[in-house]
Design a protein around this ligand. Sequence first.
Ligand SMILES: [Zn+2]
Length: 257
Amino acid sequence: MKLYILGTCSGTEPQPDRKHTSFVVEAGGGLYWFDAGEGCSYTAHTMGLDLLNVRSIFISHTHMDHVGGLGNLLWNIRKLSKVRKDLPKEKKIRLFIPCLATWEGFKQVLENTEGGFACDFEVEAEPIKGGTVFQNEDIKVTAFPNQHIKTEADSPPRSFSYVIESEGKTVVFSGDVRSIEELNEIVSAGCDALLLETGHHKVEDCCLWAKNKPIHKLLFVHHGREILADSEACLAVAQGILGQKTDICHDRQEIQL
Ligand SMILES: [Zn+2]
């Protein structure tokens, strides 16, 4: 499984060389998009990824540091299909998003831009309820509600973590979580990599939590101010606990699992 890290910043103030959260899984020649922070499609395109290969988009929750680049992503797919006179590989791009009102807002913006956003492809938005949200012969994506966004007991969950299975590998993406213990059950089956946010947690706490769990690689994403202030010092702390099985991801990083 190949991962492309597009953005690694949490929703704090803008930081040099780091955009908001987004990464891509390449599987079976398709691109599967996880979160869509600012500039994600710019970064992917300039890394050499073909946006016309986007198959599905999965949003963990609809805070701006996770969806700010969604409009540009879809606009760039349309633009590329016009400039290259080429069609997206999928006529229907499926968008899995916890809050459909957020999608309606983006749709309104897009429909009031160039050409009324008339496309040769369709975007089908679907709410996420938890459980298996997507599965084909190349990839399986399962969503787990988390407590990052508190909702009333009778309201649908608004924030999710994801388990991504492809090519015999398993990746867990925390999304944003209220407490890292929320991930205990999800990682208990083991994973090749955990992409863990540190916007709301301390690096040392995360490493001590992960130490005796069946997590093959602990990859930090969605960095908060602690890591951004001195990422080398944080990496030294992390590797002091977990050795080489941990890394602090940066924008434009490619990871082969
Ligand atoms: Zn966030």
